[in-house]
Design a protein around this ligand. Structure first.
Ligand code: ADP
Ligand code: MG
Length: 329
């Protein structure tokens, strides 16, 4: 569990993270924290669900971020008539050889944009969610492994909108992070409107698949002090004991928070997690995994507010990690 990554490696990762954020910023005008959250998921080998009203630049953000990664990229536009096989693939008859050959679906890629995922029915959504969970798909009884790295960046409209199929509650936890994108800050919106008549800049790749895998391996090696494990356990326990919660955060949710925190620590140039990393990510990692009681839901209470309450009420001990004496941050 004890980590000590070289200073060179640590500064290289934060340098790349900054370069990616700058490059994304050429197409997407908004907070660098948004890009940071996508990077956290990438390093933690997780997936991201981005929720927001139409026109807040969800697709723009994902396309720009994907372009910086220099990896194989596919996009699936979810529609009501999309079939599971439109995601995974199908066997087609090859006339020359008179045999069936697999035509791989768009899930066979490194970076997948699942756009407006809640516009397709549950069966089709599940084909993608299962692939995310298992890192493989089974087509006509034959199992195929997905590529590595593999990250899904899905977008959806808020579920109250008409013509949408909410993602199955039991499966939203396939997403490591759920990001809510609101309207831009007035200054950002103005900047966007002032530049609308210029062609959008082409976003350039900053890294490639090999570097993604390398950074993922580094993130895995980030140190987590026992005090921080206790902190995560206490946060998760708080959500389970909450009176207005029907189903609290699972053990998988706690694990997800630890993984994500390691990714964030690395992005911020450290090889050890700080309580602030956990606190910064807790809402976006835990919030969507909490199911409120029907009464609480009717009143508009959401998982995010339970996590906010947990952060407010659950205390933590500062870790005495091995690196505390020689902080590099
Ligand atoms: N914050 C922003 N930064 C850059 N472009 C934006 C921003 N907000 C809106 N736009 C512009 O508005 C349009 C809609 O964005 P889009 O990514 O399609 O939104 P969404 O996928 O959320 O519906 C695009 O042409 C985009 O360039
Ligand atoms: Mg869109």
């Amino acid at each position: 569990m004890q980590a000590s990554l070289s200073h060179d490696k640590l500064s290289r990762v934060s340098q790349l993270a900054r370069a990616i954020t700058d490059e994304v910023g050429r197409a997407f005008i908004g907070s660098p924290h948004t890009t940071e959250a996508l990077l956290v998921a990438l390093l933690a080998r997780g997936h991201v669900l981005i929720e927001g009203f139409p026109g807040v630049a969800k697709t723009t953000l994902v396309k720009a971020f994907s372009a910086t990664l220099g990896c194989h990229f596919r996009r699936i536009q979810f529609t009501p008539d999309l079939l599971p096989s439109d995601i995974t693939g199908t066997y087609i008859l090859d006339m020359r050889t008179n045999t069936f050959v697999l035509r791989e679906g768009p899930v066979f890629t490194n970076v997948l944009l699942g756009d407006e995922i809640n516009r397709a029915p549950a069966k089709t959504q599940s084909a993608l969610l299962e692939a995310m969970q298992e890192q493989q798909v089974t087509i006509e009884g034959e199992t195929r492994a997905l590529a590595e790295p593999f990250i899904v960046l899905a977008t959806q409209n808020p579920i109250e909108q008409e013509g949408t199929y909410p993602l199955p509650e039991a499966q939203v936890d396939r997403f490591l992070i759920k990001l809510k994108m609101g309207y831009p800050l007035p200054a950002d919106e103005k900047r966007m409107l002032m530049t609308y008549d210029k062609p959008p800049p082409a976003v350039r790749p900053v890294i490639g698949p090999a570097e993604v895998l390398e950074m993922q391996a580094l993130a895995q090696g980030v140190f987590v002090a026992e005090e921080l494990v206790d902190y995560v356990i206490a946060l998760v326990a708080f959500t389970r004991a909450h009176a207005r919660v029907y189903l609290g955060a699972s053990p998988r949710a706690g694990l997800a928070l630890l993984h994500a925190s390691k990714g964030l620590a690395l992005l911020r140039g450290r090889d050890y997690v700080l309580p602030d990393d956990v606190r910064h990510l807790a809402t976006m990692v835990l919030g969507h995994r909490i199911i409120m009681t029907p009464d609480a839901e009717l009143e508009g209470a959401i998982g995010n507010s339970v996590v906010a309450e947990a952060l407010d009420k659950v205390g933590y001990k500062m870790p005495k990690g091995p690196n505390q004496q020689q902080q590099r941050g």
